[in-house]
Design a protein around this ligand. Structure first.
Ligand SMILES: *Cc1c(COP(=O)(O)O)cnc(C)c1O
Length: 388
């Protein structure tokens, strides 16, 4: 990587973060000590959820969330096509079928009118989804109140894929509070808002779901006497009660996450500041940034730009030109159904005009704590040249 290469996103590690991990390294437990439960307690406090369950990735959290909602063979799960593949793969892990609801290309978020229309069609064919997974793209919450109302009317559960959205709010409430969902999932991968160098969490207010998630992340095993099905045979005793996995987060990861979580508000504020600066310096160019609804405070995981009609044919040149100028742009995301693995499901691209339009002219430009105003200006100047 060149010295003046600007990535689209990167982690920020402070001296306190390093000290926090070192302290854990020097302690008696580096895997299952006190850091994971403490991280969980602090996440719950931050996002106003009753329970938090940390795991080794958001992908694992999505998988376990589907299992905890009893998604299995014969069930249908819906999500949106403009997301990371993990939002859809979790349904397939459980043997369920996956289908997509189109997005609004101006926000990148689920188009709730499309959702309602698709539900109305599905009820006629007896093909309603068991779970819908709205994706808070770029850290901007979907319209959860409307989605929640539809879930009551049509009888499905909601898992929020908030991998991008920790630190954001919806109608004044923190994303993750689960007022409008059964489970919310966060990612702590290094490009996300805060990191544990791989890691994820599921939040919920349902004690049964929380218990289930905890068991499933550790082989389906419980060591708690009051939950035993059979007789306790000795002090060594534990029971495997379901087929779980080793999806645990370790204490090194949690101690990094704990330290990063303390800076969450500052990080999100800085991300919003950088996005607003971009909006100002790009205001004369024929581009727009993704819409943020008025009732949402976005955590601004990504700065996604959309080329206006008159320049959308320059998408390829702009994208490759930025890369060749050492500016790390990225498409978040290529529609999931267009991946070779998804070809066998025979999705019809024409069913998703919003996603198709979005993917043909949107790109993420660099945004992360530590990006300087000069670097932001360099992105804008290069962009401007390439548009000419
Ligand atoms: C990053 C991401 C995931 C997966 O997160 P991991 O922690 O890397 O497993 C899932 N969904 C979305 C929308 C993501 O951006």
């Amino acid at each position: 990587m060149k010295k003046d290469f600007i990535p689209y996103g990167r982690h920020q590690i402070s001296e306190e973060d390093i000290q926090s991990v070192v302290n854990t390294l020097k302690s008696s437990h580096i895997t299952q000590g006190s850091s994971v439960p403490e991280f969980e307690k602090n996440i719950s406090k931050k996002v106003s959820s009753k329970y938090s369950i940390c795991v080794n990735s958001a992908t694992s959290a999505l998988h376990l969330a589907c299992l905890a909602l009893e998604v299995s063979k014969g069930d249908i799960v819906w999500t949106t096509p403009i997301s990371f593949v993990a939002s859809a793969n979790c349904a397939l892990y459980c043997g369920a079928k996956i289908d997509f609801v189109d997005i609004n290309p101006l926000s990148g978020l689920v188009n709730v009118d499309n959702l309602e229309f698709k539900l109305e069609e599905a009820i006629k064919k007896n093909k309603l989804p068991k779970v819908f997974i709205p994706v808070h793209l770029a850290g901007t919450s979907c319209d959860m109140e409307r989605i929640y109302d539809l879930s009551k009317k049509y009888g499905f559960s909601i898992i929020e894929d908030a991998s991008h959205a920790i630190g954001g709010t919806y109608k004044g409430k923190p994303v993750g509070c689960c007022d409008y969902s059964s489970i919310t999932v966060f990612s702590f991968h290094p490009v996300k808002i805060i990191t544990s160098a791989e890691g994820g969490a599921a939040t919920t207010n349902d004690s049964k779901i929380a218990e289930n998630l905890k068991m499933l992340r550790s082989h389906g095993i419980t060591k708690e006497e009051n939950k035993f099905i059979s007789k306790k045979l000795g002090s060594w005793y534990y029971e495997q009660q379901s087929l779980g996995f080793n999806y645990r987060m370790n204490d090194l990861q949690a101690s990094l996450g704990l330290s990063q979580l303390k800076r969450l508000d500052i990080i999100v504020k800085e991300r919003n500041r950088q996005l607003n600066f971009y909006k100002k310096i790009f205001s004369e160019l024929p581009v727009s940034f993704l819409d943020t609804p008025p009732f949402v405070y976005s955590s601004v995981h990504l700065a996604i730009i959309r080329l206006n009609n008159q320049v959308s044919n320059k998408y390829f040149d702009v994208f490759e030109g930025l890369i060749n100028s050492d500016i790390g742009v990225q498409l978040h995301y290529f529609p999931i159904y267009r991946n070779p693995f998804y070809k066998k499901f025979n999705f019809n691209y024409q069913d998703f005009p919003g996603a198709e339009d979005y993917a043909a002219r949107s790109l993420s430009i660099p945004l992360f704590p530590g990006l300087s105003s000069n670097q932001q200006l360099r992105v804008k100047e290069t962009f401007e040249k390439l548009l000419k």
